[in-house]
Design a protein around this ligand. Sequence first.
Ligand SMILES: [Ca+2]
Ligand SMILES: [Ca+2]
Length: 173
Amino acid sequence: MMLRSSFQPGLSYVEVLLAAVILSILIAAATQLFGNLARSQTIITDQDGAEFLALEMTREITRRYYADPDLNRVLGVEADEIGPDRGLWDDLDDYHKLKNCPPVDRWNTPYKNLAHLTRSVDVQYVAANDFTQIVVDDQGFRAVTITVSDGAKILTQHTYVIPNITPPYYVTR
Ligand SMILES: [Ca+2]
Ligand SMILES: [Ca+2]
């Protein structure tokens, strides 16, 4: 009587199991890689958007007067400049404590792709001999700080010190 060989062609159960484990590890690694790439792309897009918003606000603010030409000026928006948008704002401190989420342009049109970001502005007097020192009296210099954040995370922040001179390029609109 001939003995039957125990050898069977094809994959054994252990080999199939091992292949399944390796495949699941590869899938998990690929999933993580694509997840990281997507997150990275979102971070880059947000950072670019934040820089755009900061630059856009810088351009707008630096075209305003250092102080309102009206003698009845106030810290903030003067009564006759209150409206549906920022179209009548004409001096730096009109922007003090401005905070928009979603960010909007001067005519109150929101930036749809950046709606999750918050843009804020803070205007302070600073010492003539030390721009890092906030003071209460006007020494001829104001610091304008523009911040763009995503929730509690600050994406970008720019501070500009603006002297008390009327910019020759001042425009009202
Ligand atoms: Ca004003
Ligand atoms: Ca004002």
